[in-house]
Design a protein around this ligand. Sequence first.
Ligand code: SF4
Length: 316
Amino acid sequence: MAEILRVEHLKKNFSVPGDRGKKRSFSAVNDVSFSVERGGCFGLVGESGSGKTTTGRTVLRLTEPTAGRIFFDGTDITDADMRPYRRKMQIIFQNPAGSLDPKYQVGDVVSEGMRANGLYGSRAERLRRAADLLRQVGLSEDDLRRYPGEFSGGQQQRIGIARALAVDPSFIVCDEPVSALDVSLQAQIINLLKALQQERGLSYLFISHDMAVVRHMADRIGVLFRGCLVECGETMEVLSHPAHPYTRALIAAIPAADPDRAAAKIHALRPAAPAEAGEGCAYAARCPYAKEVCRLERPVEREIGPDHSCCCHLFS
Ligand code: SF4
């Protein structure tokens, strides 16, 4: 499988309020590299604030990168005019209610991208196409004339998926697409996304804080901690042989029924505050294996197996 997306040494800094009214630079994404195979799904997993959404938005150039290169379909799009690529690179948002304009009927919401891209000759044709898409995502043609607010959260996410598909993309960033949904609905949306991927040969960058969700979707995963990709590899390999202590904590947190164990794991998962992080490994303040060098030197990425890399002094 050839890659459809490649990201090299991506960085994104934001200017945030600092001491005494001054601004300081905050590194949301720090030297992140990965690729998404054509027809594959790369899962980006990490806790809230780890830089997942910023990474997803930056590869789509919805946010401009501070440094690094982004290649789509073999072309360097880092500085490119994105208009020719917008159709092929879509996004499904975390909060379906907030991403659907409540003033417009669903038919217009779904077909807006077609209109903006000059697809199909007339509104009637676009609505026919929108009806097909609604059926494909488990809704009906009658829903064309209803408003987003009349639907449940799961149905709204199906509308968001239909909208993303309307312009016939090849690559979709799925940004926490099920995290706002009940557990029973999560499986339905995951199954729908997998079925659509197979039918249409779609490639996904699938972003989630939930390792349990990512393992169902992704064939390869990357684990983000404070903007750094700390482990990356084939999903089953990473899940069965997790190397980085943070990855191990994420996996261990999947079944957290015991409140004491859950509290201990949440402590292990919580990102270190910047003041605790120092110059070394960002995870050092939480890591049970931290040693002197971890607080002094930032670890670099090492290959630890075929298609499996880790960024930790335990593997230096
Ligand atoms: Fe823990 Fe050190 Fe590895 Fe960081 S580099 S995860 S502190 S062992």
